[in-house]
Design a binder for this molecule. Structure first.
Ligand code: HEC
Length: 193
């Protein structure tokens, strides 16, 4: 009790009342900003806790699932948009009598469903200006021939004939567009070009 004399008057003022085994304590309050922040986190924490436990707040798992769904959708759309159509390769096929060779590929593989000159039967009429898939451009033809539309009966050709034959077939089918031969009624959307 009596050996507080070495303390400055300010320190003496900070001494608390209690004493344990001769040990006394000074009052050192935490900075105000710190205390305020502490209380704010508690005030913030209460509604936060209830919102995410019983208030219908979205869980991390749901949030992740939703974001992944958006990402996957974007991916799908990108894949749809970006055909792997190889323009340089196609140009070479064209130079190398692609259309004539393509006619043979077509007659061998495609006429069963698309009929001679592509007038259509099981498969759509390829001589009109209507397209179910894409706009009848070479890269659109590539997509549908390469990937097929299995659920509608158009086979997937990428593993059945060579890349070269597929490009030859494209170059031939491309010449059929807008010939408007009498055949299967038009399907899809009209494309003016
Ligand atoms: C077993 C039948 C069948 C064979 C064989 C076939 N197709 Fe098809 N093809 C279809 C069907 C059915 C569709 C329509 C798909 C749809 O409705 O989505 C189609 C669609 C297409 C389209 C898209 C037409 C459009 O309007 O978008 C092209 C191009 C095409 N075929 C080219 C070919 C080529 C080239 C071959 C030969 C390598 C071929 N097809 C062989 C049945 C066939």
């Amino acid at each position: 009790m009596n050996d507080d004399n070495h303390l400055s008057p300010e320190d003496k003022a900070k001494l608390r009342e209690h004493e344990y085994d001769g040990i006394k304590e000074m009052d050192h309050p935490l900075p105000r900003w710190w205390v305020m922040t502490f209380w704010l986190t508690i005030i913030f924490g209460v509604p936060y806790f209830f919102y995410y436990t019983v208030g219908g707040g979205i869980s991390l798992r749901q949030d992740h699932a939703e974001r992944m769904a958006i990402i996957n959708k974007m991916k799908e759309e990108e894949i749809k948009k970006s055909s792997n159509f190889d323009q340089a390769y196609y140009d070479n096929i064209l130079k190398d009598e692609g259309v004539m060779k393509g006619k043979i590929v077509f007659e061998t593989n495609c006429v069963a469903c698309h009929k001679d000159e592509g007038i259509g039967d099981i498969g759509p009429n390829l001589t009109d200006s209507f397209w179910i898939h894409g706009n009848g451009h070479a890269h659109d033809l590539f997509n549908v021939i390469w990937n097929g539309v299995e659920e509608k009966g158009m086979p997937v050709w990428k593993d059945m004939i060579s890349k070269e034959e597929i490009y030859q077939a494209i170059s031939y089918v491309y010449t059929l567009r807008n010939k408007n031969l009498k055949g299967k009624e038009s399907q899809g959307t009209k494309v003016d070009d």
